[in-house]
Design a protein around this ligand. Structure first.
Ligand SMILES: Nc1ncnc2c1ncn2[C@@H]1O[C@H](COP(=O)(O)OP(=O)(O)O)[C@@H](O)[C@H]1O
Ligand SMILES: [Mg+2]
Length: 363
């Protein structure tokens, strides 16, 4: 750099010495020796002072800014983590700080965008793949019918049934996708109420009874009390339970196994536990099963007719209740899914119009 601190200091020091000597020479009776000493002193002191001041206050900071800008140009944002500048009165240091803040902010934005883009790409690929499977199957059955199978009543019914089952799967998938997207855009409002979760579990059992019976699995509700009241969105919790109990049945193979639901009430809330004696989930997969379309056994699970979105929906609903799903599992032994809900109160019988049911005393 042409304007190095040394050069500027030399130039200024020389000028100051010159001016000082010129002034001194105007004073009467000053010897040449004194003039020489005076000019030397003026030069050296101003040189040192100017150089130090420039170096510390200006050039060093400017150099830092340049290095930073160069790094920014090269999109090398590693210095953002390394460098930590304290706030200072030096305006150049403050500029430095501003640049650093700006770069840090941009880096975060870039990282988030990259992550989102990757997630979007993966999601679109997954959705297309999942949609393709039932559509291809239904298409195949319909074409087989058109190619002549429709003439034979027995075959006609068989292929129509198969096509209908594929379309049902498609319907389920689209419904799950809609639920997820509505939840993410905040389109679904939660309707909190006090209700007996044991009744919900009973409804879930009624719904899944035949499926469990077919596999020789017993559904058991272990209750220490006749009723367990929670304060939550009844419809959504039903959805959670259908998914969890459905999975427990689906991923349990042998006869004679039990799927147990139990509740533990504490001061903080009610812990709802769904326990199975099924195939279990490998430790490495546990943290991923809540991702959309993630399945432990890719090919086999597809035959079971799941959408791969069940647990993603469960996670969303439970999180909307400010809670979290816990999973414990051991391969070959079974899995336990649990989550906490706030305790509820027994609602007052709906015979009268009650203005504020929550604050009312319950017997
Ligand atoms: N109770 C369970 N036992 C064993 N594996 C399970 C259980 N629940 C879920 N999983 C695993 O997690 C994956 C994701 O579950 P889910 O989101 O409900 O999708 P789906 O059941 O449609 O495949 C399943 O494919 C399965 O591999
Ligand atoms: Mg499922």
């Amino acid at each position: 750099m042409f304007f190095s601190s040394k050069r500027v200091a030399l130039l200024l020091g020389f000028s100051i010495a010159l001016v000082t000597t010129a002034f001194l020479s105007l004073v009467e009776g000053v010897s040449t020796q004194a003039l020489l000493v005076g000019s030397l002193l003026a030069f050296s002191s101003s040189y040192i002072l100017i150089q130090v001041a420039l170096d510390f206050l200006v050039f060093r900071e400017i150099k830092k800014i340049y290095t930073m800008i160069n790094k920014l140009r090269r999109k090398d944002l590693s210095f953002v983590e390394e460098e930590k500048l304290e706030s200072s009165v030096n305006p150049l240091r403050r500029i430095n700080r501003e640049i650093l803040d700006y770069a840090a902010h941009k880096q975060k934005e870039i990282n988030d965008l990259k992550k989102m883009e990757e997630f979007r790409r993966e999601f679109v690929a997954n959705v297309s793949h999942e949609l393709k499977t039932p559509i291809f199957a239904a298409q195949g059955f319909v074409y087989t019918l058109l190619d002549g199978a429709a003439e034979q009543p027995k075959l006609r019914k068989k292929f129509l049934k198969k096509a209908a089952r594929s379309l049902d799967g498609l319907d389920l998938l689209v419904q799950d996708l809609l639920t997820l997207s509505q939840m993410e855009t905040g389109g679904i409002k939660m309707h909190y109420e006090h209700f007996n979760i044991q009744e919900t579990v009973q409804e879930v059992f009624d719904q899944l009874e035949s499926e469990a019976e077919k596999k020789g699995i017993t559904l058991k509700l272990e209750n220490t009390q006749p009723a367990t009241f929670v304060y939550a969105d009844r419809q959504r919790i039903y959805q959670v339970m259908i998914n969890l109990v459905g999975n427990a049945i689906k991923y349990t193979k042998q006869d004679g196994k039990i799927v147990t639901i139990l509740f533990t009430e504490s001061d903080t809330g009610v812990d709802i536990v769904v326990q199975d004696e099924g195939r279990g989930i490998p430790t490495g997969d546990i943290k991923r099963i809540f991702e959309r379309f993630y399945r432990v056994e890719k090919s086999r699970a597809r035959n079971k007719g799941g959408t791969g979105l069940g647990l993603a929906i469960v996670k969303h609903i439970v999180e909307a209740h400010k809670s979290e799903v816990q999973v414990k599992s051991k391969v070959g032994e079974g899995s336990t899914f649990s989550f906490m809900l706030p305790r509820g109160e027994k609602p007052i019988q709906p015979a009268l119009e009650i203005s504020q049911p929550e604050s009312e005393e319950v017997e």
